[in-house]
Design a protein around this ligand. Structure first.
Ligand code: V47
Length: 381
């Protein structure tokens, strides 16, 4: 599969050499990869990197997503989830009791939660104190459920509402149990495009700075890129390079999640040349390029909610090593037309992984392996 002659024909000899030697790819290499017409060749190289890091393991988490509200002061053009106020059809805000009853429902099932993933809009009045109270209530109910919550954008918003620094906000949230932050809100870092698609959101510099602050406190975070909208390949590569640079400095990114833009109910209408059926293959190519460029970020997630289960399975052969989890309930992707189900059982996730030729490994919110002790002999490749 990894035949040097094939990569020479594609003009990718130097990239091939670098990947095999574990050397860093440049910005220009990233552009060459996106320009390469042979997706299988990209996938095979990315697989080499992924196998070196994780052998045949594919990680999943038993989690419960809770979207606390979709009322949001930001007005991102792509977002189908956001509502401007309580009176708008489809707007919701969960009460503390709603949140607890969602957790109880899962907890009373045979599932044993390894992550509560808590995320929503930047609500105009839900305060830091209210969230502290929610987390205390969750921990009083069950102190063993790791809390993953708030993107850097939500942290910036909460700090602003409270009139304190983002670092202080993170410290207060850590004190009430925050162990992990999701990677949303990164969208695309390029300033000009960011101003067009999410003009009111914290900018790229703020997003990166807040991630670094979390890292400095020992809070692990993820990172994302929203792609398949108006961005160019150059803007994607720039986004990946900025994440890689930040990771060199602060080191706390655990997983990168490429999020394919879902178009339904979105005010962002794509031009014809961007909207066609080529989008599926583009997802796989983006996973592969990300795996090769992000040499300092351990995991790449194929988020089955947004990609759909079939593409997510295929992405495992293009460099992804994580599928996220059981989820149970999801709104951001589904309000934008995601055709995936709301949740998957452990059995379904494990079957998805095994049928793709990989070995399922259950992990917790911070990517600790919950089934340690497997020997090298267990690895298929
Ligand atoms: O920031 C919004 C994206 C993100 C659309 O860190 C859309 O483990 C596609 O970041 N089409 C939130 N994407 C979700 C997110 C996430 C999800 C799962 C796991 C993790 C993690 C993070 O969803 C937003 C935005 O980039 N988004 N609208 C849309 N129409």
């Amino acid at each position: 599969m990894l035949d040097a002659r094939c990569y020479a024909k594609l003009g990718l000899s130097s990239i091939y050499d670098k990947v095999l030697a574990g050397r860093r790819l440049s910005y220009d290499d990233g552009l060459s990869l996106f320009a390469c017409p042979d997706s299988t060749a990209l996938g095979a190289l990315a697989m080499h990197v992924r196998a070196r890091l994780h052998k045949d393991a594919v990680f999943y988490v038993v989690n419960r997503q809770i979207n606390y509200s979709n009322i949001c002061v930001n007005d991102c053009v792509f977002c189908a989830f956001r509502r401007s106020g309580e009176d708008e059809p489809g707007a919701f805000v969960l009460s503390k009791e709603d949140i607890l009853s969602r957790l109880r429902a899962v907890d009373q099932s045979p599932l044993h939660l390894d992550e509560m993933h808590f995320v929503g809009g930047c609500h105009p009045s839900l305060s830091l104190t209210w969230f502290e109270d929610v987390f205390r209530t969750v921990r009083a109910y069950n102190p063993n459920i790791p809390i993953k919550a708030f993107t850097p954008v939500e942290i910036a918003h909460l700090a602003n509402l409270e009139g304190i620094s983002t670092l202080e906000t993170l410290k207060r949230l850590k004190a009430v149990g925050l162990v992990m932050m999701p990677g949303g809100g990164a969208e695309i870092f390029d300033d000009t495009l960011r101003k067009k698609i999410c003009p009111r959101k914290a900018d790229a510099a703020a997003w990166l700075r807040i991630s670094a602050e979390a890292h400095s406190l020992g809070i692990k975070t993820n990172c994302t890129m929203l792609f398949g909208h108006l961005e160019t390949f150059a803007q994607r590569v720039d986004h990946l390079c900025r994440l890689r640079e930040q990771q060199d400095q602060s080191g706390g990114f655990t997983c990168f999640i490429p999020l394919p833009f879902l178009t339904k109910n979105s005010a962002l209408v794509l031009p014809e040349d961007k909207a066609g059926p080529q989008r599926g293959l583009d997802q796989l190519r983006t996973v592969a390029v990300a795996r090769m460029m992000l040499d300092n970020i351990p995991h790449i997630k194929a988020y089955w909610i947004m990609m759909g289960a079939k593409t997510a399975q295929t992405a495992l052969w293009y460099g992804a090593d994580d599928l996220d989890g059981t989820i149970v309930e999801e709104r951001i992707g589904h309000m934008a037309g995601a055709e995936s189900s709301q949740g998957l059982t452990i059995g379904e996730l494990e079957a998805m992984i095994r049928c793709s030729g990989f070995r399922p490994v259950r992990r917790n919110a911070v990517f600790e392996n919950l089934a340690p002790g497997l020997s090298e002999a267990d690895h298929a490749f």
